[in-house]
Design a protein around this ligand. Structure first.
Ligand code: GRF
Length: 198
């Protein structure tokens, strides 16, 4: 799991992976920021926590370091969870169709930063979260799952963020389970989810 900040989505993934029936475990957590609280969450869960700074490096060099660290921990799937860097083709090529991201908007609306503020500014009545495969664009890859929340008349950015985060924490572990169970088939822009065997 790659993070840059608080890591509440990381926590949701750690909690899901702690269940013996969950078909994945978190092999390593990497942050580009040393002070990311998510690194504490990883340590508390007994998961290796690695800081790889991006400053002073080209995107390609930074990504090569990330790939080496991930491969060194035997990683098969990568979850971006509040990781505030764009990954390059170097990175995507090392994990083809195995990089997921969560975004706090109903994509393709409001990609990029401050998605919740974008939603408020646009006056939408429904907001939400999206888990998607990562491609070379910003929040443009095929959509795996979405969850919607109402936008209330008295919402500010923090209130809307919190409501969306609650949905994110349900959505991401569920999508990861489908991914690692091999139940996601990419068909152009669409992701088809095969039913669970059980
Ligand atoms: C989440 O809103 C996620 O959708 C976005 O960044 C935020 C990360 O929050 N990509 P957290 O660090 O998981 O609490």
């Amino acid at each position: 799991v790659l993070i840059s900040g608080s890591g509440t989505n990381l926590q949701a993934l750690l909690d899901a992976c702690a269940a013996p029936s969950f078909p994945a475990r978190v092999a390593v957590v990497i942050s580009n920021r040393r002070d990311a609280f998510g690194l504490e969450r990883a340590r508390a869960a007994g998961v290796p926590a690695v800081w790889i700074p991006h400053r002073g490096k080209t995107r390609g060099a930074f990504d090569a370091e990330l790939v080496a660290a991930l491969q060194g921990h035997g990683v098969e799937w990568v979850c971006l969870a509040g990781f505030m860097r764009i990954v390059t083709p170097v990175f995507l090529g090392a994990f083809p169709q195995r990089v997921l991201n969560i975004h706090p908007a109903l994509l393709p609306a409001f990609p990029g930063i401050q998605a919740q503020a974008q939603a408020l500014a646009a006056g939408v009545k429904v907001a939400g979260a999206t888990v998607h495969f990562v491609d070379a664009g910003t929040d443009t890859g095929p959509i795996i799952a979405q969850g919607a929340v109402p936008v209330r008349d008295d919402d500010d950015e923090d209130a809307l963020k919190a409501r969306i985060l609650a949905v994110e924490h349900e959505l991401y572990p569920r999508a990861l389970r489908q991914a690692v169970e091999g139940r996601l088939r990419i068909d152009g822009r669409r992701v088809v989810v095969q039913p669970s065997a059980s």
